[in-house]
Write a protein of this length. Structure first.
Length: 173
């Protein structure tokens, strides 16, 4: 009988299978160091899907999160919010030129989808040129920008109008 306390067994039994798992069972992190279930230490070199890697359990981040959770856990963009307004203002101040608007999202693929929509809306063009070897996400638009067939083929047909060129090859572009 299977050990229902075995994290690896349970996760493999229930996960979608979209992500190939590495043979590592992580338990906790401190800064840039991760620890597995055997307390072996590893340097975290993964950017973190959907997040900015500021380190694990960073004291300033944890303090800010705790304080915010006592005020308001989540606030969707259909309502105004002081923290989001202040953050958007700082982000806009740091942006180049006339960039005064921000779009906050939850993941890289959501950011790619938004960029595709913003580009299409503002240019009225439907063609997109993406660099080969780039991975842009798992949604239809993001997959369409991804060149590698192993990610694309199971979901074709994808969004039309995408072309791929070698990265940094101006002649091909």
């Amino acid at each position: 009988m299977a050990d229902l306390n075995d994290t690896t067994f349970l996760e493999d039994m229930h996960t979608s299978g979209v992500y190939v798992k590495r043979d590592l069972n992580l338990l906790r992190g401190e800064g840039a160091i991760l620890y597995d279930i055997n307390e072996e230490a590893y340097i975290d070199c993964v950017g973190g899907q959907g997040t900015c890697n500021v380190g694990h359990t960073h004291p300033a981040v944890m303090k800010t999160m705790r304080e915010q959770m006592f005020d308001l856990m989540i606030c969707p963009e259909i309502f105004h919010n002081h923290q989001r307004a202040m953050f958007s203002n700082k982000l806009s101040d740091a942006a180049p030129g006339m960039m005064t608007r921000v779009y906050l999202c939850n993941s890289g693929t959501e950011a790619v989808e938004a960029a595709l929509k913003f580009a299409r809306y503002s240019t009225k063009r439907t063609g997109v040129i993406a660099a080969m070897r780039g991975f842009h996400g798992r949604t239809f638009g993001s997959l369409s920008a991804t060149w590698n067939k192993k990610y694309r083929q199971p979901f074709e047909p994808l969004v039309p109008g995408f072309s791929h060129v070698p990265y940094n090859n101006l002649e091909k572009l």
